[in-house]
Design a protein around this ligand. Structure first.
Ligand SMILES: [Zn+2]
Length: 319
């Protein structure tokens, strides 16, 4: 028996899935389609049922397509344009995301070739363990990466970053920052802790923008309220300054607040008292690209009394 030819040039598969009807295909009348296609082309009733099914699907698909076109034509042209534009923007975003990872891959391969493979001895040693001399506590802000601005190499600094580079006091209980602190001080036995504040800090702006008497439900508000002492001192010392200037003052004051909070951890205080650990403050101004550094003077600090303050020494400006 001869294999029946399909009634149209479209395959059965393509009919059932209707993947690619062109807009120029006119919708067909099912009665004409049946008359045209089945009896003449097949010549046998044996296959008629299957072919008619195919025609029915074709008709339904064509009709659906036609209905969709009709519906689309009823929409405002602006809306159709917006939908198309949304889709192309989405595609563009996906492509940009893919490009970002292509770039990231190239950066990683470049690091591997030029840094890792060129310093294999160092990386083999680091694979066995770490013994950094510094713990650095810096803001999560994307502009203030400590390794980028201070040149820390792998293995040199144990880094914790959080919103506004805060150190909560011991009595506040566990947080990821003091978990890192405990590990750095008691396990890694770092010799220095450096807390780095920075210019234009959004976390400090949030702290300075809070209302005095309103409990915040915001997670950011709850977190930055760790620096409430810094805010109170800033407000008292900068009454005549504008808000931006007050924030800048608080960016440094909050670093000192964090240095004082470090001493509330008994194992930090003990090591500082014994001279095994030094704690430092830093301030990175990325507007003028300057760095200010100071060291807590434990002997001269007065933290026992309420309202006591840290004393600092060895202040230096790098610009
Ligand atoms: Zn910040």
């Amino acid at each position: 028996m001869a294999v029946p030819s399909p009634p149209f040039s479209l395959s059965k598969h393509s009919l059932s899935n209707s993947p690619s009807f062109h807009a120029s295909n006119p919708p067909l009348d099912p009665s004409k389609a049946s008359a045209l296609g089945t009896q003449n082309a097949i010549g046998s009733k044996a296959n008629l049922g299957g072919v008619e099914q195919t025609h029915l699907r074709l008709w339904n698909n064509l009709k659906k397509n036609s209905d969709l076109r009709l519906q689309a034509s009823r929409e405002r042209p602006g809306l159709t344009k917006e939908l198309k534009s949304d889709k192309s923007e989405r595609m563009e975003r996906i492509k940009r995301g893919s490009d970002l990872f292509d770039e990231m891959k190239q950066r990683f391969l470049s690091f591997k070739k030029h840094k890792y493979m060129q310093n294999l001895e160092l990386y083999e040693k680091l694979a066995k363990g770490q013994a950094p001399k510094f713990m650095v506590i810096a803001c999560a802000d994307s502009r203030v990466c400590p390794s980028s601005i201070l040149g820390f190499q792998p293995g040199e600094a144990f880094v914790v970053r959080n919103v506004a580079n805060m150190v909560p006091p011991y009595e506040n209980g566990p947080s990821e920052t003091n978990a890192g602190l405990e590990f750095a001080v008691n396990s890694l036995k770092v010799e220095n802790i450096l807390v780095i504040g920075h210019s234009q800090c959004g976390g400090i702006r949030a702290l300075m923008s809070m209302h005095d008497d309103v409990e915040t439900s915001s997670l950011i508000g709850s977190w930055v309220s760790v620096g409430m002492n810094a805010r109170v001192r800033t407000k008292a010392a900068t009454k005549l300054l504008n808000f931006d200037q007050q924030c800048k003052h608080c960016e440094k004051e909050s670093v000192n607040c964090s240095l004082a909070n470090l001493l509330t951890y008994p194992w930090v205080e003990e090591k500082v008292r014994n001279g095994e650990l030094a704690i430092h403050g830093g301030y990175y101004d990325f507007v003028d690209c300057a760095f200010e550094k100071w060291t807590l003077d434990y002997e001269e600090s007065n933290l026992k009394d309420k309202g006591g303050r840290v004393a600092v020494k060895d202040r230096a400006f790098w610009f």
